[in-house]
Each structure stands twice: as structure tokens, then as C-alpha cells.
Design a protein around this ligand. Structure first.
Ligand code: ZN
Length: 295
């Protein structure tokens, strides 16, 4: 049954188009010449925000850019894109949650790359081996320790998010203890050391809801730099046993038929995931279309 589900796209934060031009990160002459080129576009990034004008990123030229570490984001149509990391939110700054869905494909990809890198730099200023302050290299994609020479790379933490269905074609949604009343979504959690994503799906669903997942199929992924995740979407199957929410992470867990989901959402009895989330897309893929919510 679940093989029929296809997660509708595109995912707001998965639309990157720009060539990362990784071979240029250590090309000092190219980096210097490109920074002197006033057609180079620079995106200021700070506190998880980037400057936006309407539906577009607002770039500055290198000469207009503030001081800060430069991160090469890539090259498209002969134009180089950099980010400059600053400590506070730039003027006109907006978060990815606010503008991730309205930016065009190129700008969405650039913004996600810039925010993810800036988040990593902000949280990894010291060497994990010896504690010395590290230095930025490789155009923002490596931090190097001057004391012991170790190199540290940007982190991306894999997490799984899963829509589980049962033999009656019902879907399993839960409400996290940290969420408001009525808010329901797919179950999710981080992949642990030694696990595959499929193992993590089964473990998380059993831990959080007491439901045994019998199979899991990859549905698509979305970078989720809040601060550093990669959300791996799955459709899972289970036999429809009564959920047993763990009470720690998950306060409520319920099976929903489509008509139950529809009437509950329309009546305001449940609030479904929204915005740029992969959760909403997973539910839509099962539901068969746009969800009946007021947003
Ligand atoms: Zn060190």
C-alpha cells in the first residue's frame, strides 16, 4: 500500500541550483581576483538570517560587504556568490522559516548554504582535540587548528522523519510534549551512531509511540539548518496497534483515517504541520493532495 505514496515536491529548502565550485575553495588567486570583481555577489548572514527584499535575496558587492569571514557559496552563470558571516542579524534580515518558501530556487539554495555554514562556524570556534581557537580556511568550509594542524569540517546531523501507515491505510501522527495543544505531526528523531536511517525510523517510532515499524522507504530529504540537521523523509508501515506515547517526548499519538484527519483539521481540533516542513509534504503524499487546514 505505502509504495503508492509519493511526497509532493519541491521541498522549499531542497532547491539549490548553484555549483558549489569546491575546487575554487583553495585557489587563493581565484578567490582574490573574484573578490576584486564588483559583479561578485555577497550575502551577509548572521543570527540565522539573511537580508531579503520581497521574494529575493539582497546582495551587496564585495566593496560594500562588512568585515567578516568569507564563505564561497558557488558560481552560477559566471557570477560568484559569497557569504560574509557577521555576529548579529543584518538589516532587513529574515529567517529561512520566514522566507524559505517564497525565495526562488537559486536564492533558496544560497540562503540555506549560508545559514548552515554560519551556524556551524558560530558553534565550532575551538578545536575539538585541544581546545585552541581554530582558523577559517578553504573559503569557509574547513576550520584548522594552528596548534595541532587538525582539520574540522562542517557538521550535518542526519535526522529521520517518518509518516507511518497501517494495514487500514491510517497514518500515525503525534503531539510532542513541547508543542501546543492540538498540534500533530509526523514522528522524527536523530540518527544515532551505528544506525542506518531505517534503524532510526524503527527505533524512534517504537520509543515515542510504542508502534513496531515493519518497513521503511526513503521519500526525500531537506536540509534543515536549525541549526545543522538534514531531514531524511520516510514512509513506514506498521500493524495498527494502539499507540503508547512515551510521555517524555510525545504526549499524544493517534491513528488517523483521511476523513478523520480532514474533519478534525477543518473543525480546528488538530493543527497540522505547515510552512516549509517536510512533515507537511509527507502527510500530503499520503492524504492525496493539499491538506484541509487554514494554514
Ligand atoms: Zn587543536
Amino acid at each position: 500500500m505505502y509504495d503508492a505514496y509519493v511526497m509532493p515536491g519541491p521541498l522549499a529548502l531542497s532547491r539549490s541550483t548553484v555549483d558549489h565550485a569546491t575546487h575554487r575553495r583553495t585557489d587563493a588567486a581565484w578567490l582574490e581576483a573574484t573578490w576584486r570583481d564588483e559583479t561578485t555577489r555577497v550575502l551577509v548572514v548572521g543570527a540565522g538570517t539573511v537580508p531579503v527584499d520581497g521574494h529575493e535575496l539582497r546582495f551587496v558587492s564585495p566593496s560594500e560587504a562588512p568585515d567578516g569571514h568569507r564563505y564561497l557559496l558557488g558560481v552560477e552563470d559566471g557570477i560568484a556568490y559569497f557569504a560574509v558571516g557577521v555576529d548579529s542579524a543584518p538589516a532587513g534580515g529574515a529567517t529561512l522559516r520566514e522566507v524559505g518558501a517564497v525565495l526562488g530556487d537559486r536564492d533558496a539554495g544560497l540562503a540555506v548554504h549560508a545559514v548552515a555554514l554560519a551556524n556551524w562556524h558560530a558553534a565550532h570556534r575551538h578545536c575539538a582535540r585541544c581546545g585552541q581557537p581554530t582558523e577559517v580556511s578553504a573559503a569557509g568550509h574547513v576550520r584548522r587548528c594552528p596548534a595541532d594542524g587538525s582539520e574540522h569540517y562542517p557538521r550535518t546531523d542526519p535526522a529521520v522523519i517518518v509518516l507511518v501507515t497501517d494495514e487500514h491505510d491510517r497514518c500515525l501522527l503525534g503531539r510532542a510534549t513541547a508543542w501546543p495543544e492540538k498540534r500533530f505531526s509526523t514522528l522524527a528523531g536523530f540518527v544515532e551512531p551505528g544506525e542506518t536511517p531505517e534503524h532510526a525510523v524503527a527505533r524512534e517510532v517504537y520509543e515515542e509511540a510504542g508502534v513496531v515499524v515493519t518497513s521503511a522507504r526513503y521519500a526525500g530529504a531537506q536540509p534543515w539548518p536549525f541549526p545543522s540537521s538534514l531531514m531524511l523523509g520516510y514512509y513506514g508501515t506498521a500493524t495498527g496497534t494502539e499507540p503508547r506515547p512515551d510521555g517524555a517526548e510525545i504526549a499524544e499519538a493517534r491513528w488517523f483515517k483521511r476523513d478523520e484527519l480532514r474533519s478534525a483539521a477543518l473543525a480546528g481540533d488538530i493543527l497540522l504541520p505547515g510552512g516549509i516542513s517536510i512533515a507537511r509534504r509527507l502527510v500530503e503524499g499520503w492524504y492525496g493532495g493539499a491538506l484541509p487546514t487554514q494554514g
